[in-house]
Design a binder for this molecule. Structure first.
Ligand code: PLP
Length: 459
């Protein structure tokens, strides 16, 4: 069991069997089983899965309907030979078309979010070439964003910490700021600020050369320092118009926000605009299997239905067992009303989080549905985060575990440069089946964790 007094770096050092796994840093509790919103370690200690793994576990853990699905599919076949047709793939794509925005009806299946990002970028490029716009290839994305760890996904991500070592191998495409209320000049009204944020995209397209820009890739809810920020509709409407004016496709990365997480099936529905390409991962299988997907609008699909073939493919893409799981996940989200529950319980969480936001180290809690983010700062007055030497992030993690809370460790937080003077995004994103009583318990445990952590850091 984790103890707070133990030196934090040692607590993560690989030893014994763990040393045979390349670059793996285990935490001390070893998972034994998981059920509902709870994880249990090998000593039987219970933890609330407070971030739904990496903001990805949308269903309850251990749902027997999934185990049944796996057994049934495996009894039939586990892999489909490429020269034969794979019905579970078609069934999943059909079910996706029912829940996706109405103008999206065709989906390409992959094995995870980063693969989906790569796939979306290639679809955008091939689409433009097939339309005769052979010069369009650049993908504009956001500073401080995260889209995955493969080389192209890393190139469109906006965090220098994840790019170090690999920078010479990455395409250096333009980046723009995402909408952030925290950069707004004090006297400007919110709508004018939203339009000014969007105008940065048009400027970037201008300097890159509109004839070279294929797409703008963004998440529908803020990332990085602004994790959980929901921009006003004016921002997204302006972005859509800028993309249209410049024949730039809008790629919506819903890897985190999809499948009910924000209280809608997809977070773009909050903004009332249409994307051209939509990227999905995580919640699509609730991590019961590695699965990702890319959906295209009918317009993008059109040239691909005229006999042209998308030059792409992975051996694991459309894996029948993963697809069968994906179909059952969609059924369960509907049957159990998880999208509605995320909206209701998420609002309840936001309305009842004063005991957490009262802490001087919590700037605010923001977000939508059950994607809530506490921005953890050194103090409300000075903002920023603790020096890396204080091991504040790891101490928070260890105290939370002691109190039965498993939070996703962020890649940003303490590793963010002091220039931004922003905090650590702590993800409160439990499985979407969580009840109000369980939210109360989660917030009590978080309140207690912050009290102990502040004491240990001398706040
Ligand atoms: N896109 C977003 C917005 C993400 O948050 C992530 C992962 O966290 C990815 C893409 C990459 O997904 P994966 O880790 O499944 O490759």
């Amino acid at each position: 069991m984790a103890t707070v007094t133990k030196e934090v770096p040692d607590a993560r050092a690989p030893e014994g069997i763990w040393s045979t796994i390349f670059s793996y840093h285990p935490f001390e509790p070893v998972l034994a089983r998981a059920e509902g919103i709870y994880l249990y370690d090998e000593d039987g200690k219970e933890y609330i899965d407070a971030s739904g793994g990496p903001i990805a576990v949308n269903l309850a853990h251990g749902d027997p309907r999934i185990a049944e699905t796996v057994a049934k599919q495996m009894e039939k076949y586990s892999y489909c030979h490429p020269v034969l047709s794979n019905r579970p793939r078609a069934e999943l794509c059909e079910k996706l078309a029912e829940v996706m925005p109405p103008h999206m009806n065709a989906t390409y299946l992959v094995s995870g979010g980063s693969e989906a990002v790569e796939t979306a970028m290639k679809i955008a490029r091939q689409y433009h070439v097939m339309k005769g716009n052979t010069g369009k290839y650049k993908i504009i994305s956001n500073h401080d964003s995260y889209h995955g760890m493969t080389l192209s996904a890393l190139a469109v991500s906006g965090n220098p910490a994840t790019q170090r070592y690999f920078e010479p191998m990455l395409q250096n495409w333009p980046k723009v700021h995402q909408y952030s209320p925290f950069r707004k000049p004090g006297d400007m009204d919110q709508k004018a600020w939203a339009l000014e944020c969007a105008a940065e995209l048009e400027e970037a397209i201008h300097y890159a050369g509109p004839q070279t820009v294929a797409a703008y890739l963004a998440t529908p809810v803020g990332a990085g320092s602004d994790y959980g920020v929901v921009a006003p509709p004016e921002y997204w409407q302006a972005v859509r118009e800028i993309c249209d004016r410049n024949d730039v496709l809008l790629i919506d990365d819903e890897v985190v926000t999809g499948f009910g997480r924000t209280g809608k099936w997809f977070a773009i529905e909050h903004h009332g605009i249409k994307a051209d390409i939509m990227i999905m991962g995580k919640g699509i299988s609730s991590l019961y299997a590695p699965l990702g997907a890319v959906a295209v609008s009918d317009e993008i699909n059109e040239p691909f239905t005229q006999g042209a073939h998308f030059v792409h493919g992975f051996t694991n893409g459309g894996h029948p067992v993963a697809c069968a799981i994906g179909s059952t996940v969609l059924d369960i989200i509907k049957e159990d009303g998880l999208v509605e529950n995320a909206a209701k319980v998420g609002d309840y969480l936001q309305a009842n989080c004063a005991r957490v936001t009262d802490h001087t180290t919590v700037r605010e809690i923001r977000g939508a549905g059950l994607l809530r983010v506490a921005e953890i700062v050194k103090s409300k007055e000075t903002l920023g985060f603790f020096d890396p030497d204080a091991h504040a992030e790891h101490k928070l993690q260890a105290i939370a575990l002691k109190n039965g809370l498993a939070f996703y460790a962020t890649l940003y937080g303490s590793r963010r440069g002091p220039a931004l003077n922003r905090g650590l995004p702590l993800f409160i994103a439990p499985p979407l089946c969580i009840t109000r009583e369980q939210v109360d318990d989660l917030l009590d445990r978080l309140d207690q964790t912050l009290t102990e952590w502040e004491k240990e850091l001398g706040v």
